[in-house]
Ligand binder design. Structure first.
Ligand SMILES: Nc1ncnc2c1ncn2[C@@H]1O[C@H](COP(=O)(O)OP(=O)(O)O)[C@@H](O)[C@H]1O
Ligand SMILES: [Mg+2]
Length: 176
């Protein structure tokens, strides 16, 4: 019988910071996103909110505007970092030496696409795991798209987004 393999010293002696990446469009960030980020930060040492720069063709906010809003909201929380990435998400994770992707699930309708993405990402990078978090019942119906639609029609979005985001949305739809 062979000797049991010892764990490499790094795994025994040093505490590895567990960093999770929460990728998305965040056009704009909503209370649904914020809730997920806050709850992730309880479980993981650091949460990187990764704003995709190549997802949507005609976004309402530029990547910089989206980053500024998220940074403004989480300025009090040093566990939360905001970055942008281009191209394949897993390439970004490998570059950042990060192994955890967080995604939110609002309804069954989210599941099929998310499951497909998670399996594809695992095929491309077997060491990277996707963690799904159930949305809060309060924000299950909230999406960036709904926020934009409502705001463009002059509706009140104060229950759906942070005041800082509400203010920025008003500059995009000034006549409302
Ligand atoms: N109201 C919400 N509650 C929980 N998770 C949400 C909510 N809205 C969006 N999410 C999650 O946030 C992540 C980013 O969403 P989104 O900004 O729409 O980017 P993407 O273009 O990748 O879908 C996704 O995992 C999505 O499921
Ligand atoms: Mg989405």
């Amino acid at each position: 019988m062979s000797e049991p393999t010892l764990l490499p010293p790094s795994k025994v002696t040093s505490h590895h910071k567990t960093v999770a990446v929460f990728p998305g469009s965040f056009d704009p960030v909503t209370f649904g996103h914020i809730d997920l980020i806050e709850r992730s930060a309880v479980v993981f040492d650091e949460v990187i909110v990764a704003v995709a720069s190549n997802q949507e063709k005609t976004p309402l906010f530029t990547v910089d505007e989206r980053i500024d809003m998220i940074e403004g909201i989480f300025s009090h929380n040093s566990q939360v970092k905001v970055e942008t990435f281009e191209g394949l998400l897993i390439n970004y994770l490998v570059k950042r030496e990060c192994h955890v992707i967080i995604r939110g699930l609002r309804a069954v309708s989210d599941f099929e696409y998310e499951f497909q993405m998670a399996l594809m990402n695992r095929k491309l990078a077997p060491g990277i795991e996707t963690f799904f978090m159930a949305s809060s019942a309060l924000y299950t119906y909230v999406s960036s798209r709904i926020v934009k639609e409502l705001a463009s029609l002059g509706g009140d979005v104060s229950d759906l987004v942070h005041p800082l985001v509400e203010k920025e949305i008003k500059t995009k739809y000034p006549s409302r």
